[in-house]
Design a protein around this ligand. Structure first.
Ligand SMILES: NC(=O)c1ccc[n+]([C@@H]2O[C@H](COP(=O)([O-])OP(=O)(O)OC[C@H]3O[C@@H](n4cnc5c(N)ncnc54)[C@H](OP(=O)(O)O)[C@@H]3O)[C@@H](O)[C@H]2O)c1
Length: 295
């Protein structure tokens, strides 16, 4: 039996749908049954309720499980949550944990200087030292963070991308591609002790992202570069707490300081997944990028 966590989140919901689409049975851990209710409509999905931080809540979730795909939020004490979950998995006799991790595409990005990537490295080391078989799946920035309403700063109302990263390039990857790889990884032999980095197929400036959105939607999008301070003020006005503002400051600074990005499609090739271009992604979501009708 295989288990995935995080199925009510941005990445995990697409992963759960991909298991169902391929007809591969999977158990999913949810902590809020109401939030996970939609999963009941997916074929082959077994829903179990529990909290990754509370070992005594995980008995039914981990019973008979030999491999876990571990996903949780980049906030909410990711290190504590995932390390406690690794302990619980080991105690329950799980043999292999696949960590859904993260890796920036910037060629000179320092993973220790941004708490998100630093946390992932810390959890990866903890898992490697746990005695369990391990595999790391290390996607770059998700394409889905460009959807209006997500944190990247695409303002569909004004047709603008508002970001403090100058002309730095990023190589975002479609979560649909990551989900196909995740389903393959969960079934694969010989992946113990391997780290699978993956980016999208292009390293793009925000100006190029705006051009691709313009082409996909038929309405003009433009990049509006702003300073770090201006972006922080915008996020503060959106109501984010100081610790999230600090986290975002770090990642923007890291991306400003790393102008070039690597494209790494080795994992796509290993698992036979066709890389989705940003243009494909933007066309698929053209309706989401449409202007918000005024009230
Ligand atoms: N954003 C990016 O561009 C990017 C790129 C590469 C890698 N990543 C990594 O991808 C991972 C997933 O990100 P995401 O955006 O999909 O996160 P997300 O939307 O916040 O989803 C997190 C999921 O984990 C669940 N969860 C959190 N704490 C839990 C707990 N104690 N017990 C049980 N379930 C718990 C959440 O459940 P609830 O729904 O109940 O909260 C939710 O289903 C993160 O580690 C992130 O660092 C992100």
């Amino acid at each position: 039996m295989h288990l995935t966590t995080g199925a009510t989140g941005v990445a995990g919901s697409i992963v759960a749908r991909e298991f169902a689409r391929q007809g591969v049975p999977i158990r999913v851990l949810v902590r809020d049954p109401a939030k996970g209710a939609w999963l009941r409509n997916l074929p082959g999905i077994e829903i179990v309720v529990g909290d990754m931080r509370v070992p005594e809540s995980l008995g039914a979730a981990l019973d008979g499980v030999d491999r876990v795909l571990m996903i949780s939020s980049p906030r909410d004490d990711m290190v504590g949550t995932q390390c406690r979950f690794i302990d619980a998995a080991k105690a329950a006799g799980v043999g292999h944990v696949v960590k859904f991790s993260g890796k920036e595409s910037g060629t000179t990005f320092d993973p220790q200087a941004f708490r998100g990537t630093r946390w992932h490295l810390e959890i990866e080391r903890y898992l490697e030292d746990s005695g369990l078989a391990w595999t790391h799946l290390q996607p770059s920035q998700f394409m889905q963070v460009y959807l209006p309403g997500a944190l990247t700063g695409v303002d569909a109302g004004r047709g603008a991308i508002v970001m403090p990263i100058g002309d730095s390039r990023l190589a975002p990857v479609d979560i649909e591609d990551i989900a196909r790889v995740a389903v393959a990884v969960m079934a694969a032999d010989g992946i113990e002790g391997r780290a699978y980095a993956m980016t999208g197929p292009e390293a793009l400036t925000m100006t190029e992202v705006a051009e691709l959105l313009t082409a996909a939607t038929g309405r003009p999008y433009r990049y509006e570069p702003v300073t770090a301070g201006q972006k922080r003020a915008l996020h503060a006005a959106e109501g984010f707490p100081p610790e999230v503002l600090d986290l975002l400051d770090e990642i923007y600074a890291g991306r400003r300081g790393s102008p070039d990005a690597v494209v790494d499609l080795s994992t796509h090739r290993t698992f036979g997944v066709e890389p989705t271009t940003f243009a494909d992604f933007a066309r698929r979501h053209a309706g989401d990028f449409a202007p918000v009708p005024s009230a």
